[in-house]
Ligand binder design. Sequence first.
Ligand code: HEC
Ligand code: HEC
Ligand code: HEC
Ligand code: HEC
Ligand code: HEC
Ligand code: HEC
Ligand code: HEC
Ligand code: HEC
Length: 538
Amino acid sequence: MKSLIRWTTTAAFAALLGVGCTETEIQFVDREPFNPPPDAAAGYLGYYTPGTKQTTCGNCHAGGQGAWAQTRHAGAWVTLQNSGSAQPFCAGCHNVSELGNAVDSAAGYNKVADSAYFDVQCESCHGPGLNHVVSVSAGSVVRPWASVAVDTVGTNGCAGCHEGTHHPFVEQWSASKHGYGADHYVSYGGRSPCNQCHEGRTAMRLQFGENASYVESDSANFQPMMCATCHDPHSATNEGQLRAPLGEPSRNQLCVKCHSREGHPEPGSATRRGPHAAQGLLVIDEDVGWIPPNFQYDATKIVGSHGTAANTRLCASCHVYKFDVNDAATGDFLLTSVGHTFEAIQCLDATGVPVPGPCALTERQFGGCAVSGCHTSVDGARSAFVSARSRMNFLTDQLWTDDGDAVLEPTDGGALPRVLVQAIAANNLNEINLYDNVLTPAEGAIWNAQLAYTSERTYWSGFTVQGQKSCTPTATCTTQGSSNTAHKSSGEGTHNPFLLEALLISSIQYLQSFYGLPAPPAQLQAQMTVPPGVRRVK
Ligand code: HEC
Ligand code: HEC
Ligand code: HEC
Ligand code: HEC
Ligand code: HEC
Ligand code: HEC
Ligand code: HEC
Ligand code: HEC
């Protein structure tokens, strides 16, 4: 059969098969396309030339070969040898084997320890390629698609190797909101336009331009944010093989692509949904917040060092923090925590292993904040966190201090209840109507307070407004305003304390002048220490 597979030009081959090969992807050379597979039973072809890391697949898929060769997968065997502690059981994950693909018993290097199988090659993920290459020669291509689903119980896909105490990516990911535990990818995954962020495959296609050539492409089962949603299996263009840059403070940054749904109230639309995944927009200060007419700062950008290129890993500095956990008594290795719970300041158990929260501040991991170039100590970071959060609490309290029932009512403290008293006296049922399409200053201020949400003032994420309408002004509806929602955007103040402070101070002052309210009791000058790079007009 080998003699059949001799092509010298792409054009001739494409004509033969009637498929649209592009020259950059497929290259045909005048030589035998594969060697006899060492593990003939399974049919893994492995390296064509081990010394140059030339895969058999790469004989035709030249572009794939070039990109893959830059990834750490291509150096996995050497890494293992250089570790000085290589043992037979290590081999499967650092070589081509049944791990990572649909084969379910020992195969590849785990069957025949041949140098053709060194490293994590194409077939680690795509499975044995013999049938594919033969099918190409036969003129009817059997496509060796890889799987993108995260196989949390078996050995298929990335999960086949990226698991266990040294690299518990799958275990941590499973516990995260990006994993199968999250419910919104199921409930909203099928709904456009939600699916570009809430369904993993759609996000791969729409956010990252990835074509759907994998096992699950036609499946009706929705997927959450999978490994392959964020990571490119083939390319090392971005750090960590990510599909988008990590350190670029723009909407093109990996996390910001999704964590950026709604940052400001849209003119002419209802505000009852509040900010939606505005974390990314807050961090980089883009299209975020209600800007009161009296806003005295440079409205183009107010960012702290968390939101500039000086923070080279941006969101991941805090949300993807890797550290080792050793037993305090014996010093024995327990676990490498790989940061794939995606939680900032994770809760740790008594041994130091991350566990689901909530927990006391003293049990939280502030290590990610204290890496070189950032906060000088864990204690310093913790107190910066506490003071940012209390500043948010203090400022939002000036707008509204609830008495515990999550109903904004005249008897509550702060400026908004005073606005409500005026509105009710004037028989105006729409001053704080979050369902109509008119944005009042009171509603703008509510938006900013929701943006500054902290876990100590939960009522901002869902409350009712007494005596005000919750529908369009013409419609008849109960005058008791019904519930609204807002997401946790501010990272307890951490995401951009400077901008949040500026927005809240201006909002409070604007309500005072617009509604003729008594001066707020507290002094409102900006108190946050302005870091280098923050641009303020006054
Ligand atoms: C003899 C040339 C040749 C070799 C060797 C080869 N392929 Fe292919 N491959 C093709 C052609 C031709 C196609 C179909 C045309 C296309 O997809 O552009 C294809 C298609 C594919 C596809 C499906 C692409 C899609 O968009 O659906 C995958 C995946 C793939 N090959 C992976 C591999 C892997 C893994 C190996 C190594 C085991 C390999 N190929 C070896 C020529 C080859
Ligand atoms: C379950 C699959 C699996 C097994 C078994 C395995 N490794 Fe790994 N190894 C990996 C993965 C996945 C990575 C990449 C981890 C990362 O990037 O955090 C890795 C990375 C490494 C690294 C690079 C340093 C690091 O931690 O990033 C070394 C060294 C290493 N492994 C050595 C070994 C040795 C020695 C053994 C056997 C005692 C072994 N591995 C067994 C999957 C495995
Ligand atoms: C770490 C696992 C992994 C490795 C290694 C890997 N692939 Fe893939 N490959 C995938 C996954 C997952 C997909 C589907 C998602 C995507 O396209 O990014 C895919 C898609 C493809 C496709 C179809 C879509 C496209 O991007 O053109 C081709 C062709 C392909 N791989 C070829 C290769 C070749 C050739 C190699 C080796 C040089 C290789 N792959 C190495 C996991 C891998
Ligand atoms: C056959 C086992 C195996 C499979 C399957 C596998 N990996 Fe890996 N991966 C490794 C090993 C081993 C390393 C460490 C290599 C080294 O450091 O030399 C690694 C390293 C990585 C790295 C580190 C890159 C960097 O620059 O820090 C990323 C990211 C990664 N893998 C992602 C993936 C993704 C995504 C998939 C699935 C599409 C996958 N891997 C499938 C074994 C595997
Ligand atoms: C929401 C996006 C996202 C998802 C989903 C995701 N990762 Fe990551 N991963 C990251 C980021 C960000 C980093 C940090 C990269 C860096 O700092 O260079 C990272 C780092 C890694 C690394 C390299 C760690 C090192 O040693 O530098 C590996 C390996 C990895 N991820 C594997 C996986 C696997 C396996 C899965 C699925 C179980 C997965 N990731 C899911 C975003 C993601
Ligand atoms: C493809 C879109 C996408 C990307 C990329 C993405 N996320 Fe997410 N993320 C989501 C979605 C959707 C959810 C909510 C899932 C749910 O609750 O159903 C989420 C949830 C989260 C949560 C939990 C929120 C909560 O309420 O507890 C954190 C933290 C998070 N992401 C951080 C990150 C970080 C950090 C990155 C970049 C490394 C990132 N995300 C990249 C879509 C994405
Ligand atoms: C641009 C990306 C994007 C789009 C589009 C998007 N979302 Fe989200 N959504 C996210 C992210 C990221 C999160 C997680 C972070 C957060 O909760 O703020 C999230 C969280 C959620 C949550 C959980 C809130 C919570 O606090 O637990 C719900 C519910 C939700 N989205 C519903 C929807 C619906 C319904 C749609 C479509 C009408 C939609 N989303 C469209 C990015 C998006
Ligand atoms: C300087 C550290 C830091 C940076 C940088 C950072 N965050 Fe956060 N983030 C936090 C903290 C602290 C929290 C609050 C965690 C808590 O209360 O448990 C948080 C909360 C969140 C949440 C809500 C989860 C929850 O449980 O409240 C999401 C989603 C999120 N961040 C996404 C992002 C994204 C996306 C980026 C990058 C654009 C980012 N963060 C940058 C520290 C940071």
